[in-house]
Ligand binder design. Structure first.
Ligand code: 0A1
Ligand code: ZN
Length: 883
């Protein structure tokens, strides 16, 4: 195992590589414990006239068996090979061929990086730095080579042999029980996009005709017997391929596109060229096994990985600091795809909820970092909500600022100007500056300044002058290493909403025009005065969440109720209700801590009731409107001295109050929305189920026996996983006998299906009761659980630490102790997984003093443990750092 090493890597130190690799020929002979890897690289010096450069290749836990240069064994005094480096001090300063033989042990690879085994399948994961665990290589994304891969294996063990690109040849190895396949990928690619797979896999096949008429074979490989569960993923893939042609003019480029689903995977999926490898959770779905949310995620992840073919693969990143160049942009693209496939408003609300829950929370704590970080110790720790989700928001802001047409032109220019290159964020943004003749220098601050900007809006109407004055002030809180910030460009989509919800014309008194309803704030404080405002309006600001900011506006409760009922922008209708609920939840959390009685807000309840009654609204939108902000988000709003018990109590009380106050209409909707006919995963059907299940959840929150038995009945009668899980999850929050019975029944029904058992583990981990921690501990010995499988660990332990704020943050610190124990046990086996788990403690400074002290002590125990991985070491050091 690699242990900690002092290696800050800095953006400012970037240097082009001394050596380039033109071609890579790999020959991998699969064996479960000793797989020989022969790599033949054609290397050439990068650039001319420079001082002679040594050749330094990266390695990680490698074992060199042989080394040849231009066909001759290299004498031992001419090179140094350690597990993590191969150095040839004086290589010839010309093109040469280097043949390297290493041997790797896939079965011992518990980190799931490099070549490893998932069950009986051989597979690889090379992003970010996994290729160096297979062979010595300049393992950096700006070294792009053409790969030819020969894989050999026992026919019986691995009848299917796959690698990137197109199949060139395959056949038996004469005189043996082995066979081979040779794959060639004509597109030069960085090593992180290399992949190979070997195993006994079933395959589902389809075809796609691209917009220029080329026929592409599509294949999804899965465990034998699970073929039927791939059909939805295949359908999503074809829709994604078509969408990329229409929305971005991007066509697929190889003859075959393959996806392989494996059970052991550290992340969601990986966009290897022509051979995506997926966590099977994001492929397998049927109405009996997957919820609507699972279907939606599968669609989004399949699309995301496919979209990487252009944004990531054809144009890759110059270095890992540019990670958002592929990830932020590709998340933006998958969000747009989902918005077009489903409901734009509902998708946007979902994306913003995700951003606030994960990214805003990250940005408010010690792990805050810019979308493009300037330094890292361990790149694996930068696959974050900030790089992905905030990164996507920055791309979206470019579109808001420049308009859809210029945005598309900018994308077209990016694709044509940088195809085949390893690019930077500057080069990306420059394309938009060029097509729109706009100076985007200030916009670049979004990439370099961490922290969520706070915008305070103060509006006032002058009835006599018929003018509306809007003062906007922005500030960005300090974040680690960045004590003070410069003002950013904030594109604020706005409207002045008049009586009956009409958008009043926007005319600035200084003659400037408000293009596409967007005000662009560029200074710390700016005032906009609107002229000819015929009536007193209510300002609807940051429509569609046009900028990823925290906005506070001087809107009264009446104004918010008005917007909730009338705003033409659905996002802000939803936001108005969230703001009202957040105000109440903050007051009541404080009241609970001070043992004061809770405040009631009949106005909020009426507004929720009116939303429920509004038949013109989409059911999924109504469901989101009825869903209160989560505990993590409320905690972040409070910001300091947080008592998670008080947050939980305030939220639970409000859910119960909504359930009681709206019991009649909730029951009515519940009955009216029952679906007839077979289950269909489309967005409209899913939206109806979502609203019906939200009604059930609010009713069950009252703990009334009638509601409990309704949930118990739904659990039994459900003909699809969405309804069964919704009933079980509502019940799981109540301490009633029906809960235990339903949980036992669920396990008995699905014991043989690990992905479904994961749902069962999560439900138990998220019960907000003191007995939960013991239950979670006990479940770690359950036969369905394994520390070796990341999905199991995430389902049980990450869920406890991240989705059960109350029990994880127990005042006695036992929740933290459990996480520390688990992190230390996991770290030597799978550091990436351990690092993600320990980051659950990142917001310790926000807590009230007793918990804060215990959480800090827990982090210190991790920090002082011997031989931490670089992954965990980096997180705990940053989490504890002073600034
Ligand atoms: N590029 C993938 C995510 C990914 C990142 C790192 C991995 O291993 C450390 C694996 C996958 C994506 O964005 O889908
Ligand atoms: Zn991605």
């Amino acid at each position: 195992m690699r242990t900690e090493e002092a290696r800050p890597v800095r953006l400012k130190d970037y240097r082009p590589p001394d050596w380039l690799v033109e071609t890579v020929e790999l020959d991998v002979s699969l064996d479960s414990t000793a797989t020989p890897v022969r790599a033949a690289l054609t290397l050439r010096p990068n650039g001319s006239g420079a001082a002679p450069a040594p050749l330094v290749l990266d390695g990680d836990a490698l074992n060199l068996r042989a080394l040849k240069l231009d066909g001759a064994a290299l004498p031992p005094e001419q090179f140094v090979a350690t597990p993590d480096r191969l150095t040839i001090a004086q290589p010839p300063q010309r093109r040469f061929r280097l043949e390297i033989e290493t041997v790797v042990d896939p079965s011992a690879n518990t980190q799931l990086s490099g070549l490893y085994r998932s069950g009986a399948i051989y597979c690889t994961q090379c992003e970010a730095e996994g290729f160096r665990r297979i062979t010595y290589f300049p393992d950096r994304p700006d070294v792009m080579a053409v790969y030819t891969t020969r894989i050999e294996a026992e026919k019986a063990e691995a009848p299917v042999l796959l690698a990137n690109g197109n199949l060139v040849r395959s056949g038996d190895v004469p005189g043996t029980t082995r066979h081979f396949a040779v794959w060639h990928d004509p597109f030069p690619k960085p090593s992180y996009l290399f992949a190979l797979v070997g195993g006994n896999l079933a395959c589902v096949e389809d075809r796609f005709r691209t917009m220029s008429g080329r026929e592409v074979t599509l294949r999804i490989y899965v465990e034998q017997g699970k073929e039927r569960r791939c059909l939805y993923a295949m359908d999503a893939l074809k829709r994604a391929m078509r969408w990329d042609e229409t929305a971005f003019g991007r066509e697929y480029d190889l003859d075959i596109f393959m996806i392989v689903a494996v059970s052991d995977f550290n992340m969601g999926a990986m966009e290897n060229k022509g051979l995506n490898i997926f966590n099977d959770k994001y492929i397998l779905a049927s109405s009996e096994t997957a919820t609507d949310t699972d279907f939606e995620r599968i669609e989004a992840v399949v699309a995301h990985e496919y979209f990487h073919n252009w944004t990531g693969n054809r144009i890759t990143c110059r270095d890992w600091f540019q990670l958002c160049l592929k990830e932020g942009l590709t998340v933006f693209r998958d969000q747009e795809f989902s918005a077009d496939q489903r409901s734009r408003a509902v998708e946007r609300i979902g994306d913003v909820r995700g951003l606030r829950t994960h990214q805003f929370v990250e940005d408010a704590g010690p792990l805050a970092h810019p979308v493009r970080p300037a330094v890292y110790h361990e790149i694996n720790n930068f696959y974050t909500a900030t790089v992905y989700e905030k990164g996507a928001e920055l791309v979206r802001m470019l579109r808001v600022l420049l308009g859809a047409e210029n945005f598309r032109k900018g994308m077209d220019l990016y694709f044509s100007r940088h195809d085949g290159q390893a690019a930077t964020v500057e080069q990306f943004v420059q394309c938009f500056a060029d097509v729109s003749s706009t100076d985007l220098t200030q916009f670049m601050l979004w990439y370099s300044q961490a922290g969520t900007p706070e915008v305070v809006a103060t509006g006032s109407y002058d009835a006599r002058a018929k003018s509306y004055r809007l003062e906007l002030a922005q500030s960005i809180p300090p974040t680690p290493g960045q004590p003070s910030k410069q003002p950013m460009v904030v594109p604020l989509a706005v409207s002045l909403v008049g009586r009956e919800g009409r958008d009043l014309p926007l005319k600035l008194d200084d003659g400037r025009t408000v293009e596409r309803g967007v005000l662009t704030l560029t200074k710390s404080v700016e005032t906009f005065v609107f002229a000819d405002v015929a009536e007193q309006p209510v300002a609807s600001l940051n429509r569609g969440f046009s900028a990823p900011i925290k906005l506070s506006a001087n809107l009264s409760a009446d104004d918010l109720r008005f917007l909730a009922a009338h705003d033409a922008d659905p996002f802000n209708r939803w936001q108005a209700l969230q703001t009202l609920a957040t105000r109440l939840l903050l007051d009541n959390t404080a009241a609970s801590r001070a043992s004061r009685p809770a405040r009631h807000d009949p106005g909020l309840l009426d507004a929720l009731g009116a939303t429920l009654a509004d038949g013109a609204l989409e059911p999924a939108f109504v469901a989101l409107a009825l869903t209160l902000p989560g505990e993590a988000e409320i905690a972040r709003e409070i910001g300091h001295d947080v008592d998670p018990d008080a947050v939980f109590a305030a939220r639970a009380a409000l859910r119960a109050a909504v359930g009681e106050y709206l019991a009649g209409p909730l029951f009515d909707h519940y009955r009216r929305l029952s679906e007839s006919g077979p289950y269909r995963p489309d967005a409209a059907s899913a939206g109806r189920r979502m609203l019906r299940n939200t009604c059930l959840d609010l009713l069950v929150a009252t703990q009334q026996p009638e509601a409990i038995s309704l949930a118990a009945r739904q659990y039994q009668a459900a003909d699809n996983m969405t309804d069964r899980m919704a009933a079980l999850s509502a019940l799981s929050l109540c301490d009633v006998p029906e809960r235990a019975a339903a949980l036992d029944d669920f396990y008995a029904r699905y014991a043989d299906d690990p992905l479904i058992v994961d749902k069962w583990l999560t439900l138990q981990a998220t019960v907000p009761e003191p007995a939960t921690l013991d239950r979670v501990r006990a479940l770690t010995s359950h036969r369905a659980f394994s520390f070796a499988n990341p999905n199991r660990v995430r389902a049980l332990i990450h869920a406890f630490a991240l989705a059960n704020q109350k029990e994880f943050n127990r005042a006695d610190g036992a929740g933290y102790d459990f996480i520390v124990e688990t992190v230390l046990a996991l770290d030597p086996k799978n550091p990436q997984l351990a690092a993600r788990l320990v980051s659950a403690l990142k917001n310790w400074r926000m807590l009230e003093p007793v918990r804060r002290e215990r959480a800090e002590a827990a982090l210190r125990r991790v920090a002082t443990a011997p031989s931490l991985s670089p992954d965990v070491g980096d997180i705990v050091r940053r989490a504890l750092a002073k600034d």
